[in-house]
Design a protein around this ligand. Structure first.
Ligand code: NAP
Length: 260
């Protein structure tokens, strides 16, 4: 499909949380550009240099912004950073999560210490609110915010406190949908099956979940293919879901709907 017929033609999109070309955010940025969007990407700290190199692998090299979602100064300066490149935003992708794998994940549920849990919840859930608030002045004529979750309605092996953080993220998206709907800002999540990214590789035991998934999902599941997830993110960013907010779209091969 050429950009002239893309579902995101003319849209200005910020994708927060791109480190590698395996990042879900990278796949979302790529598909968004292919669908006609002008894309900006962001990351934080030491990985920013990697993001700048990886950005060159996108169809069009996007501006790379610095954004640590726990840094109030970064959040306060985000709108000005964005305005150096585009005059507003139509969409924001929140593709950010962190939980200390040493203390919180891979069977550490009963011993996870509160300061690390607090950090996981701040980076992975509260930040959906922080990022959306920081971008709100740029979406004065409405917009679409899309985040990424891993089904938090049940307990999984290995996922532990990140599962709790995802439950908080899912709830946060519903409250944001409530408060920002009157401004024409939609807030939705994509619930993806396991994908081989940096974040997933850091979770001890997550690969067992990946193996189980491909066997149980009725459509099957390729944990190296970020594109189905990226396509759903872009569909929610587009005008194709004008009356949908507070929703969670599963892109998991259908596993969430199976009882056994
Ligand atoms: P990823 O490539 O590691 O992306 C996570 C991003 O979050 C990284 O760019 C990371 O930066 C960034 N980040 C961490 N702390 C941050 C902070 N304080 N401020 C700003 N950015 C920060 O892994 P991913 O799998 O694509 O994850 C993207 C999203 O998809 C996450 O919400 C994840 O939970 C979700 N998800 C993943 C899967 C899966 O199986 N992979 C399944 C369902 C949902 P650094 O690399 O510099 O730390």
């Amino acid at each position: 499909m050429t950009s002239s017929t893309g579902i995101l033609e003319g849209k200005r999109i910020l994708v927060a949380g791109v480190t590698m070309d395996s990042s879900i955010g990278f796949a979302a940025a790529k598909y968004a550009q292919e669908q006609g969007a002008t894309v900006l990407i962001s990351n934080f700290g030491r990985a920013l240099g990697i993001t700048r190199r990886i950005a060159k692998r996108l169809p069009t090299e996007p501006p790379v912004l610095e954004l640590d979602v726990t840094d109030d100064d970064h959040l306060a300066g985000l709108a000005d950073q964005v305005r150096e490149h585009v005059d507003g935003l139509d969409g924001v992708v929140h593709s950010i999560a962190f939980g200390n794998p040493e203390t919180l994940l891979g069977g550490k549920f009963l011993t996870g210490p509160w300061p690390d849990v607090a950090q996981a919840v701040q980076v992975s859930a509260y930040s959906l609110k922080s990022l959306t608030e920081a971008c709100r002045p740029l979406m004065s004529s409405g917009g679409s915010v899309v985040g990424l979750t891993f089904d938090a309605t049940v307990a999984w092996p290995a996922y532990d406190w990140m599962g709790v953080a995802k439950a908080a993220l899912e709830s946060t998206s519903r409250y944001l949908a409530r408060d920002l709907g009157p401004e024409g800002i939609r807030v939705n999540l994509v619930s993806a099956g396991p994908l081989k990214t940096l974040a997933a590789k850091a979770i001890p035991g997550f690969e067992d979940l990946e193996t189980m998934w491909s066997g149980r999902a009725p459509l099957g599941w390729d944990n190296t293919d970020q594109e189905p997830t990226a396509k759903a993110v872009c569909a929610l960013l587009s005008d194709l879901f004008p009356a949908t907010t507070g929703e969670i779209v599963h892109v998991d091969g259908g596993l969430h709907a199976m009882g056994a």
